[in-house]
Design a binder for this molecule. Structure first.
Ligand SMILES: [Mg+2]
Length: 262
């Protein structure tokens, strides 16, 4: 389909289910039930398996394809350091959310051990959530986006701070962020000197119909379109045909049942 950067996620042998792996080839939505379903997690199994996946993907597709991986905040800093080091031969573009990011100084430990670039920030809400990560150059991509981080103006402040410290943008683009957010993020992306990557998960045709928009994906790039403003609208009559349906993210447990970070 022309994608130039691909985030590679995988099931883990011995675990019944995990995050980031869809049953559908085109669409992925982790919020899959009105009451949370359960995933099972084993850090040792994960750390052993993931490098073998990237070895195979690199061998199959060669050095030109940008490869990314999302750890989903599931490791400790020293575990993330081990993963980053074990993935160095496969030259990832980024290792995403290696650890929970509330403890920003914890990223120093990862940084001391690996040259695999780090991306974080999809759950950040303000410039203060990433201030230490940026100014100490502990990350390479900041994943904040418009609706989570104070709108276009505040996101621009974050990216301007990041530009001073060689940190690039990598705005979050999951399907729970509407086409309005995607259109706004694309315009921010175009306006900054330190653009890195824009995450793009396709919305379903039903969502695209409710939010008519001029941006489009072609040849591995997102084009914002030529319409004035953000180039996106909301069809409220059509939206009314889709009443609210509760959908929760899964609960994540270790194999012994202990609750673990989702
Ligand atoms: Mg993520």
């Amino acid at each position: 389909m022309g994608y130039r950067a691909v985030r590679v996620q995988t099931g883990i042998p011995g675990l019944a289910s995990t995050y980031g792996v869809s049953g559908d080839k085109m669409f992925y939505e982790p919020a899959d039930a009105a009451l949370p379903s359960e995933n099972v997690w084993s850090t040792p199994a994960y750390l052993n398996h993931v490098p073998t996946v990237f070895e195979r993907v690199r061998a199959e597709f060669g050095p030109g394809l940008a490869l990314l991986h999302d750890v989903h905040h599931r490791l400790t800093p020293i575990e993330a350091a081990r993963l980053g080091r074990s993935l160095e031969p496969y030259a990832l573009t980024w290792m995403e959310d290696p650890v929970p990011a509330e403890l920003q100084e914890g990223f120093r430990l990862i940084r001391q051990h690996t040259t695999t670039p780090i991306a974080v920030g999809e759950v950040f809400n303000s410039i203060w959530d990433c201030q230490q990560l940026i100014t100490e150059q502990l990350i390479d991509y900041v994943r904040t986006t418009v609706v989570h981080a104070g709108g276009i103006s505040h996101l621009r402040r974050i990216f301007d701070l990041a530009a001073l410290y060689h940190v690039r943008s990598g705005s979050h683009g999951a399907t729970d962020l509407s086409p309005v957010c995607m259109a706004a993020a694309l315009h921010v992306d175009l306006s900054i000197p330190n653009f890195g990557l824009q995450e793009y998960m396709r919305h379903t045709p039903a969502t695209d119909a409710v939010f008519p928009h001029s941006y489009r994906f072609a040849d591995g790039y997102l084009h914002p379109g030529e319409e004035p403003g953000l180039g996106v609208d909301i069809d409220e009559d059509l939206a009314a045909q889709y009443p609210y349906r509760p959908a929760q993210l899964p609960v994540n447990r270790l194999v012994d049942g202990t609750v673990h970070n989702w």
